[in-house]
Design a protein around this ligand. Structure first.
Ligand SMILES: NC(=O)c1ccc[n+]([C@@H]2O[C@H](COP(=O)([O-])OP(=O)(O)OC[C@H]3O[C@@H](n4cnc5c(N)ncnc54)[C@H](OP(=O)(O)O)[C@@H]3O)[C@@H](O)[C@H]2O)c1
Length: 316
């Protein structure tokens, strides 16, 4: 049997990378093996990955030498950063740069960089329709990822730039599920007006990433985007109403109001939703569900995702 191509998976104990490790490990004849990178090899999540058959190794995105060791001998890597752990775009950029440098050092044949748009290309800092945040960003958790794309390109790393979508899991883990309003009715609150929001079951990001690795050269040097479905707030509320068996409304608020909600990152997310709202046709066009399905035939729709996950959504 031909030797399997080893993929070094950053964020393997997390949502995106974890999905990729599980996709690789369940695709026994697929020709790929997984090396799971983590700072904590003794965590329960890391042990679970080892139990699945992944090679679990220690690496820290802040330490390029550890990445050099973890990428050595691999065919490819899946690279992701976790902005929400530190809320620093500069740190996120530096971590992406470390991964690009380590990929170059290891001579990897294919890297997938889980990126997002540098929204300043659409909304320059001088544009007052949304506030500038942290001095030089419009959507900090998008902009630094997009800015880091050029580092992979400049170093000549054979990269696929993967644009991901809003996780429907945000309703479970990120406080974005239905909440009871002052009128006693359940509602989801989004500043999206009547525009469509590309969404995805996060596990499908990893499965699509495996699909990209399986295509070989085809998407190297390209930007590709994935989503499970594009839905308006009203459509999401209707699907939630059906799945939960109780009425859920769509509470459309202006981004100006969303930015004042007060939780950490509310201004960043307010700007993000405004970007998605104001540039709907670009943003949806860049994330094609049919393309995602071609990579991953088991891609979930919002209804399928709800059928499996509705009981995990906290109803407050
Ligand atoms: N929520 C959304 O809707 C959405 C949509 C698109 C994109 N995103 C982006 O997704 C990213 C997060 O990805 P995720 O949801 O897969 O993350 P996650 O589930 O929160 O897990 C974070 C992962 O990153 C690893 N990690 C963090 N810092 C590290 C470091 N310094 N060195 C090594 N590993 C490190 C963690 O590994 P250990 O702790 O085991 O070391 C863990 O595996 C964010 O940047 C976010 O902007 C989110």
């Amino acid at each position: 049997m031909a030797e399997k191509k080893l993929i070094a998976v950053v964020g393997a104990t997390g949502a995106q990378g974890g999905g990729l490790v599980r996709a690789i490990m369940s695709d026994k004849s697929g020709g790929f093996a997984a090396r799971a990178l983590t700072r904590k090899v003794d965590s329960d999540k890391a042990k679970e990955l080892a139990w699945l058959g992944a090679d679990v190794v220690v690496a820290d995105l802040d330490d390029v030498e550890s990445l050099n060791r973890a990428f050595a001998g691999a065919y490819g890597a899946f690279c992701v950063t976790n902005f929400w752990e530190h809320l620093s775009p500069e740190k996120e950029f530096a971590q992406a740069k470390n991964m690009a440098q380590a990929a170059k050092h290891a001579g990897l044949k294919h890297v997938i960089w889980s990126t997002l748009e540098d929204t300043r290309q659409w909304v320059p800092l001088s544009d007052t329709r949304m506030p500038t945040l942290m001095g030089k960003y419009k959507v900090p958790h998008f902009d630094a990822k997009g800015e880091a794309n050029r580092v992979f390109t400049e170093l000549g790393v054979p990269t696929t730039f993967l644009l991901t979508s809003f996780y429907w899991e945000n309703m479970i883990y990120f406080g974005m599920g239905p909440k009871k309003g002052p009128d006693g009715k359940m509602a989801i609150t989004l500043p999206m007006d009547d525009k469509k929001l590309p969404g995805i079951a996060v596990e499908d990001i990893g499965t699509c990433a495996l699909g990209i690795f399986k295509k070989g050269q085809e998407y190297i040097g390209k930007t590709v985007g994935i989503a499970g479905e594009h839905l308006t707030g009203a459509q999401m509320a209707a699907a939630l109403t059906k799945a939960l068996g109780q009425e859920v409304r769509y509470n459309a608020v202006p981004p100006e109001v969303y930015r004042t909600f007060g939780f950490p990152g509310a201004d960043d997310l307010g700007n993000m939703f405004q970007f998605k709202r104001d540039f709907e046709s670009y943003f949806c066009g860049a994330r094609n569900p049919a393309f995602a399905r071609s990579l991953n035939p088991s891609l979930q729709t919002f209804d399928t995702w709800l059928a499996h996950n509705k009981n995990r959504i906290p109803l407050e």
